[in-house]
Design a protein around this ligand. Structure first.
Ligand code: OFO
Length: 169
């Protein structure tokens, strides 16, 4: 049975994962309308993955005798100065998610909830991969600069970068 403290922390994380899915959905739609189908697909998949991160929490909270709360979500940003700025904002978002995951892990230790601590390790590993991938993408975009041909190739190849992200198993 989850303690009230851990139930609350997990529900908060559930909301953050749901919001992440929402943020990446908005980014995907923006990229699609800017004429970047590859980047849009990458972001639509990323949005789906975040939904799966949320769902994993819903199931875990309920299985452990808590009540998962399906949250109301704020409207995310819908416009960006360009592709590089979009990925910088994605990285910033992920860094905040990491801080929040670390906070949940910390609370698990305080509450001596080692099962949830163990469950959360999957998220810890996932964040490492996601932040590394976002850094990698930003480095590539900086190399490309505003070069139209480079951006065209980036858009074509970005799908292969996504295979580096954990697939949520
Ligand atoms: Fe990348 O946010 Fe989920 O874990």
């Amino acid at each position: 049975m989850l303690s009230k403290t851990i139930e609350k922390a997990l529900n908060n994380q559930l909301k953050i994962e749901a919001y992440s899915s929402h943020v990446y959905l908005a980014m995907a739609s923006w990229a699609e309308n800017q004429g970047f189908p590859g980047i849009a697909n990458f972001l639509y998949s990323h949005s789906d993955e975040e939904r799966m991160h949320m769902l994993k929490l819903v199931r875990y909270i309920n299985e452990r005798g808590g009540s998962a709360v399906i949250p109301e979500l704020e409207k995310p940003s819908v416009s960006f100065d360009g592709i590089t700025q979009l990925f910088e904002s994605l990285l910033e978002h992920e860094k905040n998610v990491t801080v929040s995951i670390n906070e949940v892990v910390h609370e698990c230790l305080e509450e001596k909830d080692y099962s949830t601590h163990n469950f959360m390790q999957w998220y810890v590993a996932e964040q490492l991969e996601e932040e590394a991938l976002a850094h990698d993408i930003i480095d590539k975009l900086k190399l490309i600069g505003g070069n139209a041909g480079g951006l065209y190739m980036f858009d074509r190849d970005v799908a292969t970068f996504h295979q580096n992200i954990g697939n949520g198993e």
